[in-house]
Ligand binder design. Structure first.
Ligand SMILES: Nc1ncnc2c1ncn2[C@@H]1O[C@H](COP(=O)(O)OP(=O)(O)OP(=O)(O)O)[C@@H](O)[C@H]1O
Length: 305
């Protein structure tokens, strides 16, 4: 399991990107009936021209594209589904979502060979990239980031959706500097109590890593997203993955101990009491005692941000 993720492939466009010639079926999602250029429906993938590669995920590639007629820019995520992937769940979830705290998906195109999501372009890349470039975030920045993620999680929770993979590379930033939740590849609609084991180990909660010790129950999936939020905000503040020590081997055993066994997370002395308390509530090992999204939204660290 990789703890420290490699920087995404973000090199400028080369001539080798294949053009978009598409014969699959399409369905529009969210508010595609709106007439504003930002939300105008894309009839076919052939309406878009590829400009560059924005990044690479485990299941596919994300391209920067431009609508040939309107010149609007979009991100296009091309996934190659196989029997083990959950991309149809991702498409199903994206169809339902309409929130300013979550990345917007304008259309999904399906064929035998791939699944393409036409998404809002987040010009400033991911929080992972920002961390690599900026090293650390100030407390006020972390506070407004936490507020936005919590509002996104509140929306998802109301829709019965557990994100399941909150981490810096799934939090994207637009040109206004707004952070939005992306990538529903590990997500679940939990109406039936179903909760999968996909996701990124380093950000997983104790109850997902060690089922026997920390137990598991109906609503618990939402608590896992809260834990991941706690890891992300602390990582933004200290500029590195916070649950292990500098020099620790980023392997499964180290992570397991860090997440499930270590008594206390090292929180820098420079943190305000409010921040310390907020992180402590997110990183409570017992999910039954962990604060909920609603409780955290009322916490003084994020309130009114
Ligand atoms: N809408 C978008 N706008 C701008 N860049 C994006 C967008 N979506 C994804 N990216 C970039 O592409 C990268 C890959 O995204 P993708 O969702 O495929 O994988 P990931 O979440 O980074 O990794 P994994 O699939 O392994 O969890 C992101 O890290 C980000 O840098």
């Amino acid at each position: 399991m990789t703890l420290v993720r490699e920087r995404r492939h973000q090199e400028p466009l080369t001539l080798s990107i294949p053009p978009l010639i598409y014969h699959g079926t399409a369905f529009s999602v969210a508010s595609s009936s709106s007439s504003s250029p930002e939300t105008s429906p894309i009839q076919t993938l052939n309406d878009l021209e590829k400009l560059s590669v924005l990044g690479q995920g485990s299941g596919g590639t994300v391209y920067k594209t431009r609508h040939r007629r309107t010149k609007t820019l979009y991100a296009l995520k091309v996934l190659r589904p196989n029997l083990n992937t959950t991309v149809t769940v991702e498409a199903d979830i994206l169809k339902r979502i309409e929130s300013s705290f979550i990345i917007k998906c304008y259309a999904v195109f399906v064929s035998l060979y791939d699944l393409c999501f036409v998404m809002e372009l987040m010009e400033k890349g991911s929080l992972h990239d920002a961390l690599l470039a900026q090293q650390v975030f100030s407390e006020p920045m972390v506070s407004s980031l936490a507020n936005r993620i919590l509002q996104g999680l509140r929306y998802l929770q109301k829709m019965g959706i557990v994100h399941g993979d909150i981490k810096p590379s799934n939090l994207l930033i637009n040109k206004k500097g707004e952070v939005k939740i992306a990538d529903f590849g590990a997500s679940r609609i939990v109406a039936g109590g179903d909760y999968g084991s996909n996701g990124t180990c380093a950000y997983m909660s104790p109850e997902r890593v060690d089922l026997e010790k920390w137990g598991f129950g109906g609503e618990v999936g939402f608590a896992g997203d809260v834990w991941s939020l706690g890891v992300v905000v602390l990582e933004c503040y200290i500029g590195r993955y916070p649950l292990t020590k500098v020099g620790d081997k980023p392997d499964w055993a180290t992570l397991f101990c860090a997440i499930c066994c270590n008594e206390k997370v090292d929180i820098p002395v420079s943190c305000s009491l409010e921040f310390r308390d907020f992180v402590g509530r997110c990183l409570e090992k017992d999910w039954r005692k962990r604060d909920t999204v609603e409780e955290l939204l009322r916490h003084s660290f994020v309130k009114n941000r």
